[in-house]
Design a protein around this ligand. Structure first.
Ligand code: ADP
Ligand code: MG
Length: 625
């Protein structure tokens, strides 16, 4: 009996994109189907550890690819876990993968689809890029499940009927589209397997001959693995089409045995900040895949590292849930973290020593790695500085008032080294963007002195600087926080005596600020709002508000006045007269101005009214001239 099922709407949308895709690299369909086959083989091998009643496999379990040029078909067969009828309906009729959902969200139009297909790895449905009909015949490894047959032309529906497969596993037959017939050529298929799937640990036969190397590259001595092989391996494991930025390969024998072949990608994966995204390297025990993503093998802040860990000392019978609790996993985690940080440091140092030696333009530099993953290393510093401070500090790179992406970034050591006489702290400013930071009045005194300031514009930075209070004996301080004790140079300009003004103004503005005082920060601006020594910074407040967190009206800040600014000089004089109303008006407008510069206007309506009143007076004054 044949039953027709409809695809879920999102699958249908994906299929349309596949069918009409002009993606030039359609050969990746084979990588996807072969990787599913390998996953299914891994699962079957894992099941066989704990039960003996599984449906028999073909003599030598593996993956077999055949083609019939005349009929225009390609088949991919495996001896894996297979699928029951329910599984076939569920797995091949809906989209479970969050990555594929993200792909659909990212695709705004037909034109943007091709560039994105390669990045996301679209799994089973990519078969429809080359086929106008796909047949799946499968038999579950579970003893009592009957075989099943699934057929679809990719247009809205698929059909399920009884199958006839006797051994466990799955056979997928693609009837190639008119414009994809050349995928039935054996040499082409071999080439694609070697290109995309060479280091899968299962034998892949094309037309009866093994086409992949099949060796577990991670278990080879590190010096014997060429960069080319390693890069290819990375691409199969990470499903990335770019070369990685860094390889970390280690083989350890005692006190326990393990191999690890890990990589730092060249670019951020799109789901790096999605807490649900799978993360962690693949974990094998004696070549048996225990976990596709072993979260517990690396700290969360190293979640950008991809690759494989294989340990003979992890018991094969350990359940996935138990992996976390095995002490050896904790020890491997620590050793891997240490080694990754060490290799990153070596990478970074090589660049400092020979910045021009970059013969290959396309190769990622340490600064590139920092731009992609620096935020996570800062996260690591925040969470685990007790453990890794020495290894992390030299890795940090910063934008500063004098350094940006074009000039190259600055390390903390270089900052310290370049400090002029008289400077005794590392100064930073957190802001929404470099642009916003550069126009902040907080920088005025620093610019005048020629002191460099780190400009921190990532969300993580607020947490990062709360942890980084000192570097190499120097305090690390915010230019926007607390009282600045900078020595003033007398440039002869009129300087107001603020001793009477500030207490009065603090009184007038007491609803909005926690105090008013004279400033040594300002050279050009009249006023600035300064973060209290202990309060929430204004940038942190902005971040929390953007995340819809209640900040209880925000912290009150201190208003600082520039005693040399004509406005302040005039205000001080006005305050001496009996026109306290006018002085009060001006004081409020100055606070408005400071809030505008700070990006934290709290009551724009009241501010608009004050501005109008002022403009009325200004226009009357102009008319009477
Ligand atoms: P993913 O591999 O990321 O889960 P796919 O779209 O490639 O997504 O595959 C969807 C699901 O279909 C798989 O998770 C698996 O359950 C099932 N599947 C696909 N191919 C096979 C196969 N050869 N053997 C067993 N199950 C398979
Ligand atoms: Mg897949």
């Amino acid at each position: 009996m044949t039953v027709q099922h409809g695809f879920k709407a999102e699958v249908q949308k994906l299929l349309e994109l596949m069918i009409h895709s002009v993606y030039s690299d359609r050969e990746v369909f084979l990588r996807e189907l072969v990787s599913n086959a390998a996953d299914a083989l891994d699962k079957a091998r894992f099941m066989a550890l704990t039960r003996t009643d599984l449906v028999e496999a073909h003599a030598v379990p593996g993956i077999r690819i055949t083609a019939d040029a005349e009929a225009g078909t390609v088949t991919i067969e495996d001896d894996g876990v297979g699928m029951t009828e329910e599984e076939a309906v569920e797995n091949l009729g809906t989209i479970a993968k969050s990555g594929t959902k993200a792909f659909l969200e990212a695709v705004k139009d037909q034109e943007s689809a091709p560039n994105l297909i390669g990045q996301f790895g679209l799994g089973f449905y990519s078969a429809f890029m080359v086929a106008d009909e796909v047949t799946v015949e499968s038999r579950s490894a579970l003893p009592d499940a009957p075989p099943v047959k699934w057929v679809s032309q990719g247009e809205g529906t698929f059909e399920i009927s009884e199958g006839s497969r006797e051994t466990r596993g799955t056979k997928i037959t693609l009837h190639l589209r008119e414009d994809a017939k050349d995928f039935a050529e054996i040499p082409r298929l071999k080439h694609i397997v070697r290109k995309h799937s060479n280091f899968l640990a299962w034998p892949i036969e094309v037309d009866g001959e093994q086409a992949n190397s099949g060796k577990a590259l991670w278990a080879e001595p590190p010096s014997q693995v060429s960069e080319d092989e390693a890069n290819q391996f990375y691409k199969t494991v990470a499903m990335d089409w770019r070369d990685p930025a860094l390889r970390i390969h280690l083989s350890v024998d005692s006190p326990f045995q393990y191999h690890a072949l890990l990589f730092v990608p060249a670019e951020r994966p799109y789901d790096l900040f999605n807490p649900e995204a799978p993360r962690g390297p693949r974990l094998y025990a004696k070549r048996v895949l225990i976990e596709e993503h072993a979260r517990e093998l690396l700290p969360d802040w190293l979640r950008f590292v991809r690759g494989v860990v294989d340990s003979e000392d992890i018991s094969l019978n350990v359940s996935r849930e138990m992996v976390q609790k095995t002490p050896i996993v904790q020890k491997i985690k620590k050793a891997l973290t240490k080694r990754i940080l060490k290799d990153l440091n070596t990478f970074a140092e090589a660049e400092v020593e020979a910045p021009e030696s970059d013969d290959d333009e396309a190769k990622a530099t340490y600064e590139d790695v920092w731009r992609q993953f620096g935020a996570l290393l800062k996260e690591g510093y925040y969470h685990e500085r007790q453990l890794w401070s020495d290894q992390l500090l030299p890795l940090f790179r910063f934008n500063t008032t004098a350094h940006d992406d074009e000039t190259g970034l600055m390390s903390l050591a270089a900052y310290k080294e370049a400090m002029p006489e008289g400077q005794d702290a590392i100064w930073y400013l957190t802001a929404e963007s470099r642009q916003a930071a550069l126009s902040s009045p907080h920088l005025e005194a620093f610019k005048k002195r020629g002191w460099n300031v780190l400009l921190l514009t990532e969300t993580v930075d607020e947490w990062f600087v709360s942890a980084l209070t000192e570097f190499d004996g120097l305090p690390v301080k915010s230019v926007a926080r607390g009282e600045l004790d900078l020595e003033e140079e007398d440039d002869g300009a009129e300087k107001a005596d603020l001793s009477g003004l500030t207490p009065w103004m603090a009184e007038v503005l007491s609803d909005a600020v926690s105090g008013v005082r004279a400033s040594t920060r300002l050279t050009d601006s009249a006023v600035v709002l300064v973060d209290d020594d202990a309060g929430l910074s204004s940038n942190m407040e902005r971040i929390l508000r953007a995340a819809n967190q209640d900040v209880y009206g925000g912290a009150k800040r201190i208003l600082e006045l520039n005693p040399r600014h004509p406005l302040i000089v005039n205000l001080a004089k006005l305050h001496e007269t009996d026109r306290k109303d006018d002085a009060g008006q001006l004081a409020k407008l100055l606070l408005d101005d400071a809030m505008l510069l700070d990006g934290t206007v709290k009551d724009p309506t009241a501010m608009g009214r004050r501005l109008q009143d002022l403009l009325v007076k200004a226009s009357e004054a102009a008319l009477s001239r």
